[in-house]
Ligand binder design. Sequence first.
Ligand code: ATP
Ligand code: MG
Ligand code: MG
Length: 380
Amino acid sequence: IHTIGILGGGQLGRMLTLEAKRMGYRIVTLEPFPNSPTGQIADEQIVAAYDDLRAIGELGARCDVVTYEFENIPLESVLALEHDRRIVHPGSTALRITQERILEKTFVRECGIPTADFAPVRSHDELEAAERAIGYPGVVKTTMGGYDGKGQWVVRSREDAERAWTQAKGAALIWERMIPFDCELSIIAARNAHGEVIAFPTSENQHDHGVLATTIVPGRIAPALAERARRYATTIAERLEIVGTFCVEFFAAGDDLLVNEIAPRVHNSGHYSLDAMSLSQYEAHVRAICGLPLVEPRQFLPAVMVNILGAGAGDTLGGIDVILREPLLKLHVYGKAHAALRRKMGHFTVLGETVEDALATAERSRASLHWIDNRAAALR
Ligand code: ATP
Ligand code: MG
Ligand code: MG
C-alpha cells in the first residue's frame, strides 16, 4: 500500500495525514471545501461532494485503500467503492450500523452491552409512545447526521418534546433516557484484518454544550470499570469486524457502564495519544488499514487534552506565548480561518507526573488563552 484515501477534511484527517506521511504513505483527500485542515497538507485533494459518485470513483482509482474521518458520509459512496472492488476500512457494515443511532444501540444491546433505554420516533404517534415508554428527562436526537451535540434536544416536558418534534422537521428521531452520569468515558481501540485488537487507556471526557472540552487519561475511575470498558470495546470490534481505529463513548453511573455511541474512526478523545503514548491512535489506524501489526500502546505520563474552541468573538488566538512556556505542553493548531462559537480550532495536551498535576497545568493554560477580534481592533 502506497496511497491512502481519506473521505473528510477536518482535523482528524489532518492528524491522520501527518502520521501517515511520517510513515511514508501518500494521502489523497476528498472533501467539499478546498483548503480544509486535511486538504492543506494532503498530497492530492479532490474537491467534491461526498455523494458525487464520479469523484468517489476517482478517489478509489487513485488509492490503494480508502478510509474516512467522520461517519456522516453517505453509505452509498462507501458501497460504490466496495462495488468497484476498492478496499474501504472500516467497511460498509460497520459504517451502516454506527451512523444510525437506533441500529447502533440495538447492535450494542445484542452484544450483551447496556445502553440508555431508548425508543424510535418516526411519527407523532411514536413520539407519544416514547414519552410513555422512556419519559422525562430525556434526550431526543436525530438518528443520523448529528455530531458535537447538533440535532439534539433535552426534553423535560411535553412542551419540550413537541418543540423537538417540530424543529426536527420530519427527520427520524430517537428518544433516549437522560442518564445522570457520574462521568463520561471513552476508549480508543484498533483492530486489523488479522483480528489483532489493541486498546488505549480508558479516558475521562468533559463536555461543553455537547462539545468535547477536556480529556483526562487515565480516567479517574475504578480499575474494574476501565477493564470492563476495554472488554466492551473488544467485543464491539470483533462483532462489527471493524478494521481501523475506533472509539466507544460511555456513561458511567454508579456501577453501571452504558455505551453512548461508537465512532468508527479516529476520535477527538484520542488526540492525547500523539503526545502521551508510544503509539498514536492515528498510527494505529494506518497500521490497521494497511495490514501492519498492532502493538499495545504504552503511556509515558498522565495526560490532559484541552480543546481550543472558538468563541465567535475573533479569529486570532491570544496567550500562545504564555502557554508555550509550559515544558510538558504540546500545541496543535488546525489551520481553520474562522473561530465560530465552539468550533474546534486546535488543542493542547499537557503531561504531568500525576493526573492532578496535568489537570492543574491544563486549566491554568486554558485560562491563558483568549480570542482577539482583529477587525474590531483595527476599527478602533
Ligand atoms: P459526538 O461529537 O461525540 O459524535 P454527538 O453529537 O454524536 O457527539 P452524543 O455523543 O450522543 O452526540 O451526545 C453529546 C453529549 O450529550 C454526550 O457526550 C453527553 O454529554 C450528552 N448526552 C447525550 N445523550 C445523553 C443521555 N442519554 N444522557 C445524558 N447525557 C447525554
Ligand atoms: Mg457522535
Ligand atoms: Mg458523542
